[in-house]
Ligand binder design. Structure first.
Ligand SMILES: Cc1ncc(COP(=O)(O)O)c(C=O)c1O
Length: 425
């Protein structure tokens, strides 16, 4: 495979100018360093312009009106679906459902495929490192059907053992294996294609939570052979309120609709209703129209720059932050070596609460996330109540990664009462 050319300093500076919000200062008057991208990213002007253009020039409801604005909006909405289908290499646009986000996508699968196919005694396999969005819908499904949710543990080095995956698949014979393509806390990236093929060998359906992967690397759903893949627009430079549910056509066709209402029917009578074809079947009500146009503009933007180059850039920043943090006394980096993870660095600092760290960093203009990051089972397994997380994206710079490390060192100096502050290099 060819190594992608790194994003040059000049390119990153140009990218930064495309994100006007990055020019602002924080409440303390400090220059903003936005390192909270795993929670939600910022948007470039091309995304904001595409959405403004929709509202300013042609907006109307889709699939309904026989008039110019509705036809133009419908064309733009369906064009957005094509862009997303290309973004993940779906074999047809019917396989791309617009939802309100990754959470809504997972809930759709749980309420439709899950309710239809699982019953008492069946097993759903997932991992302990999942976001609550990929846990709670399965607990709810278990409450409704009597099925069981089994959690794959994490290894001491914060990676997963594929041998254990194989063992669990053979031992529990799950009907569904739902796992994240990249942990939002550890950054750990399992071998997705391998896990899917192992799941297939025991006839398990797979759901890949691509929320932390799709914004950073190519997710080719055909190459992966995934059954379901979900992700959100707001984590990939797109708008909030929109996400994708990819599903293999045969599966989506076999599933009942989730929400009922306008748009998802062929016909309604006093006796009942007939469901529309894909993808409309899963898009009841007025969909997030400008948001679909926005997520397509975001996919175009990321594709223009190159996801492989973005991933490489984040990897460089992650390496600076990760290796710098490991040199500070009392810092425990929570996650594997940078080679085995995406652009996320989580850590804890002995005797300093994560919220205090985040407050201190905010006073320096650095935005990070502190808490359990919607991964309480993972934190419990690690015997932690909270961690601090820095997450990088294409517009972050090596200087920001270095400044972040220095800031943590300053926090450590401020809070620690005794002892040497930094290990010798
Ligand atoms: C790994 C992962 N999955 C799912 C979600 C849920 O995404 P959303 O809140 O956009 O539905 C998140 C959000 O942080 C996430 O990081």
């Amino acid at each position: 495979m060819n190594t992608p050319s790194p994003l040059s300093h000049a390119e990153v500076e140009k990218i930064r100018r495309e994100f006007p919000i990055l020019q602002r200062k924080t409440a303390s008057g400090a220059k903003l360093s936005f390192l909270d991208n795993a929670a939600s990213t910022q948007r470039p002007t091309s995304v904001i312009d595409a959405m403004s253009e929709c509202y300013l020039r042609y907006y109307a409801n889709v699939h309904r009106g026989i008039h110019t604005l509705s036809e133009e909006t419908t064309a733009a909405y369906e064009e957005a679906r094509k862009t997303l289908a290309n973004f993940i290499n779906a074999s047809s646009v019917q396989e791309v459902i617009f939802t309100a986000g990754a959470t809504a996508s997972i809930n759709t699968v749980a309420r439709t495929w899950g309710d239809q196919n699982l019953s008492e005694g069946d097993v759903i396999l997932t991992t302990i490192a999942e976001h609550h969005a990929n846990i709670v819908p399965w607990h709810q499904l278990a409450e409704r059907t009597g099925c069981k949710v089994i959690f794959l543990p994490i290894e001491d080095d914060f990676t997963f053992s594929t041998d254990l995956v194989k063992e669990y698949l053979e031992r529990f014979r799950p009907k569904l294996f739902a796992f994240t393509a990249a942990s939002n806390v550890l950054g750990t990236k399992p071998p997705v294609a391998r896990w899917i093929s192992l799941a297939r060998s025991v006839d398990a359906i797979t759901l890949v939570d691509g929320s932390q992967a799709a914004p950073h690397e190519t997710l080719d759903v055909q190459q992966l052979d995934a059954d379901f893949v979900v992700f959100s627009g707001h984590k990939m430079c797109g708008p909030t309120g929109i996400g994708i549910l990819y599903g293999k056509q045969q599966l989506l066709d076999s599933m009942p609709p989730f929400l009922g209402g306008g748009g998802m029917i062929q016909r309604v009578s006093v006796e009942g209703f007939e469901t529309a074809e894909l993808p409309d079947k899963f898009e009841a009500g007025t969909p997030p129209i400008a948001e679909a146009i926005g997520i397509a503009a975001a996919a175009d933007y990321l594709t223009r720059i190159g996801l492989d180059r973005i991933a490489q850039h984040e990897h460089t920043l992650c390496q600076i932050a990760d290796s710098g943090l490991r040199l500070i006394d009392d810092v425990e980096v929570i996650g594997p070596h940078p080679c085995d993870k995406g652009g996320i660095v989580s850590f804890s600092l002995n005797s300093v609460h994560a919220h205090d760290i985040a407050h201190q960093l905010d006073s320096l203009g650095i935005a990070v996330r502190a808490g359990h990051h919607c991964t309480m089972p993972l934190h419990r397994a690690m015997k932690k109540t909270s961690t601090t997380r820095a997450s990088f994206y294409l517009y972050n710079t090596p200087e920001e990664a270095e400044q972040f490390v220095s800031a943590i060192e300053a926090v450590q100096n401020k809070f620690a009462k005794t002892g040497r502050r930094r290990r010798s290099r």
